[in-house]
Structures are given as C-alpha cells and as structure tokens.
Design a protein around this ligand. Structure first.
Ligand code: B1M
Length: 212
C-alpha cells in the first residue's frame, strides 16, 4: 500500500494520532504537498461524506475523520503555503445572531476545509455586521447556519446588510441548518443551500465554479 493510500485510510478511520506522522512520511518520501492534500486528505473526506449521505456513516464518524483531517493539515499547511498551493477560496461561516448551536456549523467548516477552502470561522451568535466585515476582509463565500426557527430569519438580515454595504455581487451566500430549506434559501435571496456538511462542501465549490 502506498503512503497516500495509508493516509487515506487513516483519515477515514479518524486516527488523528497517527495521521501527522504519515503526512510527514509522505513529505519525506518527496510526495508533493498538493498531491498529499488532494489524493490523501480531500479524497478521504469525500469518501466519508459519501458514506454519510448514503447512511453508512454518522455524525461521530464524520467528526473523528474531520479531526484527523485537521491534525494532518497542521503538518501540511506550511508546506502548502510554501509550495504555493492556492486555497479554493475563503469560506466565512458563522451561526446567526441569537443562535448558539455550533456542532453543525463546525462540521460544515471542517468539510469545507477538507475540500481545500481557507476557513474564517466567525463562531456563534454572529451579528450581521460581522458577516459584512468578513465580506470586506475578502471572504468569497458567506455561509450561515441556524438551528432555531426563531433565528432562521436573521439570515435575511445578513443578506440585507451585505447588500446595503454594496458587497452583494462580491460574495456568494450559502445557508443551511435544520430549520432551513431550499425554498427558504431562495425566498431570502441566498445563492446556495445544502442540507448536510458534505453536500455543503460540494455546493461551496460549485458556487465558485470549481466543482471537483
Ligand atoms: Co438546542 N435545539 N436549544 N441545544 N438542540 C434543537 C435545535 C431543537 C430542535 C431541540 C428540540 O426541541 N427538539 C430545538 C429547536 C426547535 C426549533 O426552533 N425548531 C432546540 C432548542 C429549542 C434550544 C433552546 C431554545 C433550548 C432552551 O434553552 N429552551 C436553546 C437555544 C440556545 C440558543 O441557541 N440561543 C438550545 C440550546 C442547546 C444546547 C446549548 C444545549 C446544545 C447546543 C450545543 C452546541 O451546539 N455546542 C443544543 C443541542 C445539542 C441541540 C440538538 C439536540 C442537537 C443539535 C446538533 O448539534 N445536531 C437539537 C436537536 C436535534 O437536532 N435533534 C437542538 C447535530 C448537528 C451535526 O446537526 O446542527 O443540524 P445540525 O447540522 C447539520 C445540518 O443541519 C447541516 O449540516 C450539519 C451536518 O450534517 N448544516 C448546514 C448546519 N449548518 C449548515 C450550514 C450550511 C449547510 C448545511 O451552509 C452554510
């Protein structure tokens, strides 16, 4: 089995303790950082996402795989920067104002990081002005999560604030979370909606015209 195949399996199995050493081994063997990212890590997260969508894996499996992915990125990130591997885009995500649920939001962030995005995690209970600031700071995608029917409407306030700041055509806006539907996303003028973390990562790439 090649080092990349081993890495792929370790990420799927969520073995965060073993992954950094395997990334280092791949680097020592001269595998280019971009290839480690695409064929070892992103491919593994896509497989985990596929299993999740097919009902073969569940949130805990996705979380431990995402943690393993993060452990791998901590070793790989400086080499990617050095090697000039450009991120797919900057993905700013937060849970909307009044909402403290962060597990789904963090999963979406991790899956998008797994797809090669640079993540700007704005946290929870995020005010519209903070999303506007992220757009001003160069985010390509503004992503909002909401878990409460009562906070879902705050997504519209963010879109309005971004439009008022004259930034609406500079960013793509994505929404999701348990009470959010595709119809609601269309109604409030979002560009994209996804109902789980792995399809969110795919949608994010698609919105930037970089479907992989
Ligand atoms: Co809260 N809570 N909670 N809660 N909580 C729910 C959401 C609720 C459905 C429970 C219930 O009543 N059955 C209910 C909401 C009802 C409603 O409005 N329809 C509820 C309530 C009422 C509340 C409080 C008001 C309770 C109270 O205090 N009376 C309160 C509100 C606090 C606040 O936010 N202001 C509250 C508090 C909490 C805790 C703090 C205790 C805790 C949150 C801890 C934390 O996040 N750190 C909590 C939890 C854990 C839940 C449940 C049990 C689980 C949520 C979760 O993490 N799911 C939840 C019940 C449930 O969902 N079964 C519930 C797992 C997570 C992976 O799924 O977040 O849906 P989810 O994310 C998915 C997708 O939705 C999607 O991808 C994710 C992964 O596949 N997704 C996106 C999410 N964001 C996306 C963005 C995208 C795309 C996809 O694009 C940008």
């Amino acid at each position: 089995m090649s080092v990349l195949q081993e890495l792929y399996s370790l990420v799927i199995e969520g073995r965060a303790g073993d992954v950094p050493g395997k990334v280092q081994q791949a680097l020592d063997e001269g595998v280019p950082p971009g290839q480690i990212l695409n064929e070892g890590l992103i491919a593994a997260m896509r497989e985990v996402g596929r299993r999740f969508e097919e009902g073969e894996a569940f949130v805990p499996e996705m979380l431990i795989a995402a943690r393993a992915m993060s452990a791998a990125l901590s070793i790989l990130r400086p080499h990617l920067v050095e090697g000039g591997v450009e991120p797919v885009g900057r993905f700013a995500i937060g849970t909307v104002k009044g909402d403290l649920h962060d597990i789904g939001k963090s999963l979406v962030a991790m899956m998008c990081e797994g797809e090669g995005f640079e993540i700007m995690d704005l946290g929870v209970d995020v005010a519209p002005e903070r999303f506007v600031q992220a757009a001003q700071d160069g985010a390509h995608i503004i992503a909002m999560s909401a878990l409460l029917t009562t906070t879902r409407s705050n997504m519209r306030a963010v879109i309005d604030a971004i439009s008022e700041a004259g930034l609406r055509d500079k960013v793509k806006i994505m929404v999701g979370g348990a009470p959010v539907t595709a119809e609601f996303a269309t109604e409030i003028g979002a560009d994209g909606y996804a109902d789980d973390a792995s399809s969110a990562a795919r949608k994010a790439r698609e919105l930037l015209g970089k479907a992989g």
